[in-house]
Structure formats: C-alpha cells, structure tokens
Ligand binder design. Structure first.
Ligand code: GCB
Length: 579
C-alpha cells in the first residue's frame, strides 16, 4: 500500500504526536513514561526493557483540531516494530505486520473534528520464522555454540523458552516499539493518493498520479531548485518535458533536485525528484551513463538512548561524517530506514542500496518456511515507499540467506522476488541480494543478480589475524568471480576494533589491525576492474544481543558508537579523498 510521506502545505496539515506517552508491558498494571519516537529498550535500566519478548502497550490522548472539520483525517505511523495493533477508545482500528514500513488509517467516521479519544498501540517485538527479520525457534542463538551439551539444552528449554526469551537470528539488537514518527494528517476529502515519477536524461519525466474522489483535474508542474516552473502538464498521466535538464549526480557532483507540484481540486502535493538514470551493464554500474564506484560503509539505525529511533540530528551528523570520509553511498543494512534519511540523501547526493528486512535467513531449512508471500509484500511496500528517491539506485532483496545448501530451492525462492522488483519498480533499478561467505561455486542465486554483492571476512572470522593468508584466499575467490562477468561489490568486510586499543604489531581488536586489514583487502580490490565498490562493515559500532563474540555490541565501526573516528576512519578518509 502506498502512503505518501505527510506534508504541511497550503492544502495539507500534519500534527506530530511525538513526545512522552504512557507505556507498560501487556499484563502489567502501572503505566510509566516513554519517549516516542524511540526504541523503548534503552529508556530504563530495568533488564526487562531489553530482554522481554511480547506485547507492550502505548497510550495517549489525541484530539482532532476543530479547524480540520471537513477534511480527510488519518493517523500515520512511519513504523512500529515488529507488528502493531491500533485501538481508539478500546476499539481496534488498524493492524500492521512488519516493523520498518509505514501504515495509515483513516479516522473519518471514528472521531470528529474537535473530539478527543484515547489512542492505544500494542507493539509486538517477537521474532520467529514467520517474521522479517527472522527470530530463532529452538536453534541456538546467533553466535551461540552449536554444541552446547545436554544440560545447556535442557536449561535453555526450562528457563529460556518458558520465559519467552526470543533470540534474533541476526547480529543487531532487536530494538522495537514506536521507533519512527506518528502523525495526524489532514488532506482535502478529494485527494492525491500517489505519484510516480520516471525521469530520463533527455529531461522527459513520465508521471502517473492516483487520486481519490471525482470531479477535478490533475495538474502537474515541474519546479526547478529556485521554484521556477520549467514544465507543466495536465492529466493523471503525462510527460513533463524539461529542457536543458540539470542532472542529479551523487557527490562530488551536484545532487540537483526538482519538485513535482501536483494539484487536484483543493489538494496539493509537492514531490522532490532528481533527473538521473541508473543501470548495470557488463561489469559496470552506470549512473547517468558514467561508471560509478560505490564507496561507503554500511550503516545501522543505531545510537545511544534512542536505539533505532528516528533522530534527525543523528542523521545529519552521520551524513556529514560520510562527507568527511569522502564516502558516496551506504546500504540500508538490514531493513528500510526512516523516510527522512532518504530525503536527506537525495539532497546531499549520497547513494543508497535499499534493503528489505530479510535478514537471518541462514538456516538451510528456511525454504520450507512460509515466508515467500510476506517477503514479496514487504518488497512491494518498500518499493512503493521509496520509488521516487533519486538516491536509491538498487534494491537488495535481503542479506546473507543460505543459497548454497539447497541451490535449486534457493533459486526458486529468490528468483520470483527478483522478478517482482523489476516488474514493479517504475524506474527499473538493478536488483541484488547480498551473499554470505559460502560455497559460492554451488550457489545459483547471488550470481544471477544484476550486481553481485558479497560479504567477506577473510582475516577476521576465518584466517583470523593472518592478513597474508587472507589476501591469498580472497584473491583466489576473486579469480572465480572474474570469470562470471558480473559487476561485484564487496558489500561487507571488517574487523572488530576496540577504540583506544593499540599495538605496534597489528593484532586483532587493535586499531592498527583494523587499518591493516582494510589496507590488505583493498589491495586485492584495486587489482580488479570488475569490482565496482567497497562497503566496509560498519560505519559505527552498534548494539547487538549478548553473546561470546560481542563485547558491548559489534565493534566493527570505523567510528565508535558516539561517532568518534578510529584509525581506520582516517585511513578511508585519505583513500576515498583520492578516488
Ligand atoms: C555479517 C552480517 C552482519 C554482521 C556482520 C558481523 O555478515 O551481514 O549483520 O553484523 O557479519 O560483524 O559479523
């Protein structure tokens, strides 16, 4: 379902419902304060906040302003993790599955302008084989021992399963709650439901507008960055012809943005867009016909206090650190990010590989689970939400599924998703799924994508501490990929590094090792023309669940969690400045 990002303009209004709400675990009596939007998990020292699996309840009063009388009023959630039930005065008015994409529900007929009601949101943080991201069901935890012995298995059953301890099958903390903004929105009763823009380098921009309600005409104008009208068209479909178009280019080019100003009856919507084309061709990735080399660390939505909560200050800080690094891209590992981040990247010229929350699919029996339809739905919703962003140049169907144990089953699962993405994306962007370190010569999925994205940890999880051996092994693998004739991006590589831990000899966990590791891996990349990108793992240290391989979270950041550069950040800054 498409839901246009809320706007305030001459026709539309929004009321932000951010602030302090009431909160409790379902079944508890007392309410306590909680900040929205933010993950709830780090807002209390009570260990239940991080550990408890189940439903939490949020509540507050809402009032529709009197002045909104006669308008269509909606309640819009940018995301509630991982599923939500919404109640108004105790009656269910909406529900949604999936924690990283928006949903909205109309309030007309339920609550009149000037009236007040109690809004309650139930958010469920449980993850399983039926959710994206995936939770473990009976298996040992991510990075737990594969052979814990009988007493440990028994204890796990007795103490963990009974208490509903719910472990992620992925390496980031299972932050949840109302993590993104909630708003009341008002539009005219006759309104613009959706807009699709398909730009081309010639300056012709095909558009399609979906409306609700009869008896008005659609008019679309293209405005340049100064607000001057440069093209105009009438009707629900058409072509805006912009002469001498200024292109959207990733930095260090100019990310020039136009605005499509759509009017329909009393309604108005303004959709920024860029004129740019992307495609994969041979072993290259072309943006506006020019070869593009991806270089920038993968991210998480993660910070102290907020957890995964939307924080515009953090987003601006992070993007400015991307500029400081001379980085030009990131992958939204491992879920679609908040919409505000894509708007910022449109404006700042940072390229995004947009990823679904299909992460944790490393079990070889996963193709017997009932996920495909839901996965397709999430992919469709992500593309519907993000289709107009010039910064989005590629779709990632997911991260590190098992594709080599049962190669044919894996292919039968991933191929339809690949085809769906191509079919529904109006801009027909390249499609990929990120491959893990596996028996790549058996796999049929990764090498069938438009661009091959591989995560590799030679010199870390294997050949640990031995960078000469790591280079040898990585080169041997690259020899194989060279023969496949595809563009390849090293979409993750990294080494856990404790900021401030040093060693004259570069040993694992020291800042020196992290820098030496990247130098060694980059030397291998620099020898190959078909390698079209490098994405270090990760931009910053981030929170994970507890485990024997994680010291206060994952420490592979080029920056600490509070965004202080480690030596490797300086190394990349220097390397990327010269690119
Ligand atoms: C990976 C995963 C990522 C982990 C990373 C690591 O392959 O894609 O989610 O955080 O490795 O550090 O182990």
């Amino acid at each position: 379902m498409s839901t246009l990002y809320p706007q305030n303009n001459a026709s539309r209004m929004t009321l932000d419902l951010g602030g302090i709400w009431d909160f409790r675990f379902q079944g508890d009596e007392a309410w306590q304060p909680i900040a929205v939007p933010a993950s709830y998990n780090d807002q209390s020292p009570d260990p239940e906040f991080r550990n408890r699996a189940g439903i939490v309840e949020y509540r507050r009063k809402i009032t529709i302003p009197k002045g909104w009388n006669g308008m269509r009023v909606c309640l819009r959630f940018d995301a509630v993790a991982h599923s939500a039930r919404v109640l108004l005065n105790g009656r269910e008015i909406a529900s949604h599955r999936g924690g990283f994409l928006p949903f909205e529900t109309e309030l007309n007929g339920l609550l009149a302008a000037g009236e007040t009601a109690e809004l309650m949101v139930e958010a469920d943080n449980r993850i399983s084989h039926d959710t994206l991201p995936i939770g473990t069901e009976g298996e040992t935890a991510f990075f737990g021992s594969d052979n814990p012995g009988i007493p440990a298995v028994e204890a796990g059953k007795k103490f963990q399963e009974d208490r509903g301890i719910n472990r992620p099958a992925f390496d980031f903390f299972n932050y949840t709650g109302i993590q993104r903004p909630v708003r009341l929105t008002a539009t005219p009763i006759r309104f613009i439901r959706d807009i699709t823009l398909i730009p081309s380098l010639s300056g012709e921009v095909r558009y399609r507008v979906e409306t609700e309600g009869e008896g008005a005409d659609v008019c679309v104008e293209a405005l340049d960055a100064e607000g001057k009208t440069v093209a105009r068209c009438e009707g629900r479909e058409g072509i805006l012809a912009i002469s001498q178009p200024k292109l959207w280019e990733p930095r260090p080019g100019t990310p020039y943005l136009y605005t499509a100003r759509i009017t329909y009856g009393e309604d108005l919507y303004e959709q920024p867009f860029g004129i740019r084309e992307v495609r994969a061709e041979g072993t290259r990735f072309l943006i506006n016909g020019k070869p593009f080399y991806f270089h920038g660390p993968c991210k998480h939505e993660d910070s102290p206090f907020h957890g995964r909560g939307t924080d515009p200050c953090l987003n601006v800080t992070d993007i400015n650190l991307y500029h400081w690094l001379h980085a030009n891209c990131f992958r939204t590992s491992h879920y679609p990010y908040a919409e505000e981040m894509y708007q910022l990247c449109d404006r700042e010229g940072i390229v995004i590989v947009d990823e679904t929350p299909a992460v944790g699919m490393w079990a070889s029996d996963q193709y017997g689970w009932n996920l495909a339809d839901y996965h397709k739905q999430v992919l469709e919703d992500m593309i519907a939400r993000d289709k107009n962003h010039p910064c989005v140049v590629m779709w990632s169907l997911g991260n590190e599924p098992d594709t080599d144990t049962l190669p044919d089953k894996a292919y039968a699962y991933w191929r339809p998703l690949y085809e769906t993405a191509h079919r529904i994306d109006p801009q027909n962007r390249p499609v990929t799924v990120v491959g893990c370190q596996n028996r790549y010569e058996r796999d049929r999925v990764i090498c069938s994508m438009d661009v091959v994205l591989i995560n590799r940890y030679y010199g870390w999880y294997n050949l640990s501490g031995d960078l000469e051996a790591a280079k040898y092994a990585f080169r041997a693998e690259l020899d194989w990929w060279e023969k496949q004739g595809k563009p390849v991006i090293l979409s993750e590589y990294g080494a856990d590094t404790i900021a401030g831990l040093h060693g004259a000899a570069p040993e694992m966990f020291t800042e020196e090792y992290q820098a030496a590791y990247y130098e060694a891996m980059n030397a291998c990349l620099d020898e190959r023309d078909f390698v079209i990108g490098e994405m270090p793992w990760n931009f910053a240290d981030f929170s994970t669940c507890q485990g024997p391989m994680r010291v206060g979270g994952n420490r592979k950041g080029l920056f600490t969690r509070d965004r202080r550069p480690k030596m490797a950040a300086h190394y990349f800054r220097d390397r990327w400045e010269k690119m």
